[in-house]
Design a protein around this ligand. Structure first.
Ligand code: AMP
Length: 308
């Protein structure tokens, strides 16, 4: 398996300033694998759901060559449930409910066919589970990317620190980077995170784009200025799926290629915002993706003469 992702497969209820949706399919790993499936032929998924999760969604995922051998379905239990409410700027949100349900007792089992994976995406999840997944690979994956959020900083700090030591790239949003490091400056925050383990840090700033840090180098990608945002839920995970999917497709983890991966991730994230839930990622065509990446190239295109 070229790429494996672990994370939540869930139900979300979302409220934006303009609309509300009750219980749509969500979860970090749902967004990650659907985004990555546009770049790799096969993508393994490690997660757990209850028997309340719709088989039609699982069939749609299988149809996109997402391998579900690593997805445990627990009879009689409920899937992870999250509910959030966005503020007027769509960039910040409050978590209203987090029900771990089936996730509370989850002990992930990495299927034998996943054990020689080159690219591993640890979606936002209990760091205890992230660590357990890393430990089960026969050889360390070539690249491990991890995502996390404030919930785990508040509830699982020690394991979070252990997990950070094991990964190559951390993707995190700006507010969370500040919470993790107690630094307001994102440059200082990224430096502190690199001291915690990862050699690369991506700080996502919602509609203000994303920053990639490595040693003393910084790269910035804008986000696509959009006329309408339906629902930003999953944009960060979709970014991560596009980012690692592109790296896996090109099998190149140089800093220059990571810059491209940040653009690809940003392009994929813009699609995720267009509809509630992961719907848009299911319908996307390669032509649409290429056109969107082209829009990013134009957005960043500038010639400037610097006078002596
Ligand atoms: P994002 O908007 O990219 O930050 O991710 C939103 C997704 O993360 C939603 O679909 C939720 O189901 C999922 N999620 C929310 N809270 C958690 C949590 N504490 N652990 C894992 N996944 C979560």
């Amino acid at each position: 398996m070229k790429l494996v992702a672990v994370g939540t497969v869930a139900f979300d209820s979302i409220e934006t300033p303009f609309a509300k949706s009750e219980k749509v399919v969500g979860g970090a790993a749902t967004y990650i694998t659907l985004a990555a499936s546009h770049f790799v032929d096969e993508c393994g998924l490690i997660s757990v759901v209850g028997d309340d999760f719709p088989t039609s969604t699982l069939d749609e995922m299988k149809a996109r060559n997402i391998d579900l051998q690593g997805l445990e379905i627990k009879p009689g239990e409920k899937s992870f449930y999250w509910s959030g409410k966005y503020h007027y700027d769509f960039n910040t949100r409050d978590t209203l409910v987090t029900e771990l349900n089936v996730l509370a007792g989850f002990n992930p089992v990495v299927p034998p066919s996943y054990k020689k994976t080159s690219f591993l995406m640890l979606g936002n999840l209990d760091p205890r589970i992230q660590l357990s997944v890393i430990a089960q690979f026969e050889e360390r994956p070539h690249l491990i990317v991890m995502d996390t959020m404030n919930f785990w900083m508040d509830t699982a700090w020690d394991n979070l620190m252990l997990a950070l030591k094991e990964v190559d790239v951390l993707t995190i949003n700006d507010e969370e980077a500040r919470q993790l490091t107690r630094e307001y400056s994102l440059v200082k925050a990224a430096r502190k995170i690199m001291e915690m383990g990862p050699q690369y840090v991506v700080i996502k700033k919602g509609e203000h784009g994303a920053l990639l840090f490595h040693e003393r180098s910084i790269f910035f990608s804008p986000a696509l200025p959009m006329e309408e945002v339906a629902d930003p839920t999953g944009a960060g995970d979709t970014f991560a799926g596009g980012f690692i999917g592109y790296l896996a497709k090109t099998h190149n983890t140089s800093f220059d290629n990571m810059k491209r991966a940040v653009i690809v991730g940003s392009a994929m994230a813009s699609f995720a915002c267009e509809k509630f839930g992961p719907q848009r990622l299911l319908e996307l065509t390669q032509d649409e993706i290429n056109e969107r990446i082209e829009e990013f190239v134009e957005l960043m295109d500038v010639e400037i003469l610097i006078e002596d």
